[in-house]
Design a protein around this ligand. Sequence first.
Ligand SMILES: [Zn+2]
Length: 292
Amino acid sequence: MAIVDFAFSRTSHDRSAHLRKDDAWRSAPGDLRVLVLGGEHVATTDGGGVRWVDEAEAPEGEWAFLGVRDGVRYAAVMVDRVPGELQPQSLRMIGPVIDTDDASLAVHAVGVARWHQTHRFCARCGQPTEVHAAGHERRCPACGTHHFPRTDPAVIMLITDAQDRALLGRQPSWPEGRFSTLAGFVEPGETLGDAVRREVLEEVGVRVGDVTYAGSQPWPFPSSLMLGFFGQAEPGSDIVVDHDEIAEARWFTREEVTDMTASTDLLLPPNVSISRALIQTWHGGTIHGRWA
Ligand SMILES: [Zn+2]
């Protein structure tokens, strides 16, 4: 089952890691375009697309080299707060509507920026660390430890039963009618398939057999990689929600998803998400609306 499109699903720039060492990227050929960002907030043009500025226009900040696309070098300047005149917007919000190639660069930049924000000190000895490898490494001058950007794997899964109904859940903080696929973080020493089976069993009491990889989505808000799966429920396992991470869960037929989204009795995740892509791929037809 080929998964439908979702935000950040393609890398379209060459990361050119060989240019990171000794700041080789700074003197490499080609124009340089710079993205100004603060955490997940990136400079935009009238809020509609990523704004690239020249090196001379870039504010003071820490630099990260992103890579090369069509002979042009791309870099990011990370600041505490993007100036208002650069019309900062959250990448989480504009991800689905901006140019796919720019989204590829922006999601890379935001992932690096979020890591720098929270890793200024050495996790081993507590001393301040320094930026290396064009923003892709921090080193501790006190104890010599090298620190690299972290990515936290999370599984997100659409589980179906023998009647091909989809299992969707509602978190306790969500309003009535808002449902999504189940998800959770991978634990140390665990395979991805086992993480899918454990999370579904913990949250809703359903035993899952085979799982199939569907696709992945970088989600650097702050540092996740969402790994999407389809899974098959084992016969005879009833839903028993944990009331901690999930308040309500049920099986939906395709007809129910069509009708209930049309009447807004059911609100599903927005198109930006791999969750919506999993649901859409399973459904195969028209799904209405989304949550705000
Ligand atoms: Zn240290």
